[in-house]
Design a protein around this ligand. Structure first.
Ligand SMILES: C=CCn1c(=O)c2[nH]c(Cc3ccc(NC(C)=O)cc3)nc2n(CCCC)c1=O
Ligand SMILES: [Mn+2]
Length: 627
């Protein structure tokens, strides 16, 4: 009886085994991309991902055994992981854009001024830095090949990427945050794709002590973007913002270069839909906020007054394109939420909490003795005396000194699980955007809401966005930081040219949306918030919607833009709101603010700022002076 000999056909790339997937059937461009980087990084094996649940379970099991992931038994398929405490956030100082011409990547910064709108590194220097890191960086490790789509697979607004990485944790997060599927290979065919290469920077045998089973190489972190060839190379960090290359690196920095070339917008914006139940009218809004303004909370707002339904399309990134009729349509290129955990609870964002109860990953949060997650803000939602393990692995209880979670701790959860996800959140055409809102944390001088007089004025409002933030420098406390369009940390090319691109969109047949600015954070002279915020922000969005639909009588002209006419915002059921304080325009404050905006633009992009922006600033200044 002859036993049929099963010869295990293990494809090889050179002498390197392909332990999963069919290399020979990958598109040629992908095969060449992979072969080149296999040669450079020299992994011990190659694994072609399919994004399936089976694949995830296999990898989760491996990471549980290794101790990198720990199951949270209180929920369904939820896992917690703690990073090396040296690898907890994006590293702007190690983030670069490389182009032949420096001024394609960055604007002209005034002599002696620290450029804060992105960093350029020359191709020659970058070559040295790359050669100092990538050769052999995956020795002893498996290279995962991740085919992913930013945006619904096959949508004309979507773009495809392929990420090579030696971190299977990254694969688990990428399959939540992007669409990972073999269908991507079919849609890609012989077209171009964004090339993403990521390594933790820990070749075996390991030189650097691994903490928390989290390999990384913090001293040698490098996040490099090559927009001219649509390539991203990230080394040394496993943290989401540095390693999930589909997010900030691709969907913002590279995508904004593609968008400039193709005539659309890749922005750091949420997309939400508000339905007025009386009429069924639905209005979609895109909004950009710097960090610590509660952008995700706004995207998933629970209205406090009846008659409105809010549904979320996306909480962080919007890709927007004018269609053949000149209507602006937007998609959320992501498939998940990667939100800041501390401060998120059933009061500030119940919809985010409910999205996280299954199939989610929590990074650098605390863990309760009964197998749940914990972070600052959840005090009232867990047993007060429960034993908690902090993100540093220490025993702790509520009320003790210190924190359970790192301030930048994150939840990574599938957007489709959100109770108020919009039914059209994956519509290939996207949703029609009627208003763009900029906002900032402004404790003084800036009214609750105002509307720009024109597109050009609105772009200038966006360019002048500022927000109170805890300054990076120690013991400086809070400072008002510039964050134009809330894109400052994510710029992928010359900021002045970026403003020019925005201005260039106001041309036939484009029907450009109205632009607004909101501020939830104004304080009275006693340092108390003048506005209740949170679900009551629906009252402001209601005014915005009525303005979008041309209700003239609810606005009055002011030097800075259209302000709500007194009483035109629904305050029913609210305690006393000091309208005059909330909408006052202190003349000197605004004169200083305009001077500060002009200084910022001169310092950071002097020769590159389009004349129309200077004109808008001059006219604003004149209106304020004459005020
Ligand atoms: C849709 C919500 C937007 N939003 C807000 O509108 C908002 N407003 C404030 C300030 C504030 C804080 C507390 C109260 N009220 C009480 C009762 O403490 C009111 C306003 N904080 C806010 N936050 C949290 C900011 C940190 C991420 C916030 O997210
Ligand atoms: Mn963001």
């Amino acid at each position: 009886q002859f036993h049929e000999v099963h010869e295990i056909v293990v494809q090889k790339l050179g002498h390197i085994p392909i332990v999963k997937g069919d290399f020979a059937h990958l598109p040629n461009k992908v095969q060449r991309f992979v072969a080149a980087w296999v040669q450079e990084c020299r992994p011990r094996a190659v694994y072609i991902c399919d994004g399936s649940d089976e694949e995830a379970h296999e990898i989760i099991h491996k990471l549980e055994e290794r101790g990198l992931l720990h199951k949270l038994r209180k929920y369904e398929e939820c896992y917690i992981c703690r990073t090396d405490p040296a690898d907890v956030a994006r590293v702007e100082s190690k983030t670069f854009v490389t182009t032949e011409d420096k001024y394609d990547s960055v604007a002209h910064v005034r002599e002696g001024v620290q450029g804060i709108m992105g960093q350029w590194m020359s191709p020659e220097l970058m070559e040295v830095e790359m050669n100092n890191r990538f050769p052999g960086c995956m020795a002893g490790r498996c290279m995962y090949i991740i085919p992913f789509s930013m945006g619904p697979i096959g949508s004309p607004l979507s773009k495809i990427g392929v990420q090579l990485t030696d971190s299977n944790y990254v694969l688990l997060c990428m399959r939540i945050m992007t669409r990972v599927s073999p269908k991507v290979w079919e849609v890609l065919g012989d077209n171009e794709f964004v090339r993403c290469v990521h390594s933790m920077g820990c070749p075996r045998p390991v030189q650097r002590k691994v903490i928390n089973h989290w390999p990384c190489n913090p001293e040698k972190i490098l996040i490099a973007h090559f927009p001219e060839i649509r390539e991203i190379c990230s080394y040394g960090s496993g943290y989401g913002g540095n390693s999930l290359l589909g997010k900030k690196c691709f969907a913002l920095r590279i995508a904004m270069n593609i968008a400039r070339d193709e005539g659309w917008l890749a922005e750091h914006m949420l997309i939400m839909g508000i339905t007025e139940e009386k009429t069924g009218r639905e209005t979609f809004i895109a909004a950009a906020f710097p960090s610590a303004c509660g952008k995700t909370n706004l995207a998933m707002l629970n209205p406090t007054i009846p008659g409105f339904k809010v549904r979320v399309v996306g909480d962080d990134i919007a890709w927007m394109r004018f269609d053949e009729n000149g209507e602006l349509y937007g998609i959320n290129p992501e498939a998940g939420f990667f939100g800041v955990a501390p401060g998120t609870n059933m009061k500030t964002n119940p919809n985010a909490m409910l999205t996280c109860l299954k199939n989610s990953i929590f990074t650098n949060v605390g863990e309760t003795a009964d197998g749940g997650f914990y972070w600052e803000g959840l005090e009232d939602e867990v047993d007060k005396n429960i034993a908690i393990t902090t993100w540093l692995g220490e025993n702790w209880r509520i009320g003790q000194p210190g924190k359970a979670a790192h301030p930048n701790a994150r939840f990574t959860c599938p957007a489709g699980q959100c109770p108020i996800i919009h039914p059209k959140w994956e519509d290939p055409k996207g949703v029609p955007i009627s208003a763009i809102i900029f906002g900032g944390r402004r404790p003084v001088g800036v009214p609750l809401v105002y509307e720009a007089f024109s597109w050009e004025h609105g772009v200038t409002v966006g360019a002048c966005v500022k927000s109170e933030a805890t300054a990076a420098a120690e013991h400086v406390g809070k400072q008002i930081m510039h964050d134009p369009m809330a894109m400052r940390p994510f710029m992928g090319y010359n900021f002045g040219k970026y403003l020019g691109h925005w201005l260039s969109l106001n041309k036939a047949p484009h029907k450009v949306p109205k632009i607004f600015h909101v501020n939830w954070f104004r304080l009275n002279e006693k340092g108390q918030f003048l506005w209740p915020g949170f679900g009551d922000n629906i009252r402001v969005l209601d005014w915005v919607i009525r303005r979008v639909h041309e209700e003239e009588s609810i606005a009055v002209k002011s030097p800075i833009g259209w302000l709500p006419k007194k009483g035109s915002i629904n305050m029913d059921g609210l305690g006393p709101v000091d309208w005059n304080e909330l909408f006052s325009l202190p003349k000197h404050y605004w004169e200083d603010d305009i001077r500060e905006s002009r200084r910022f633009l001169e310092d950071q992009a002097n020769g590159d700022v389009p004349p129309a922006i200077w004109k808008e600033l001059d006219e604003l200044e004149k209106r304020v002076k004459e005020g």
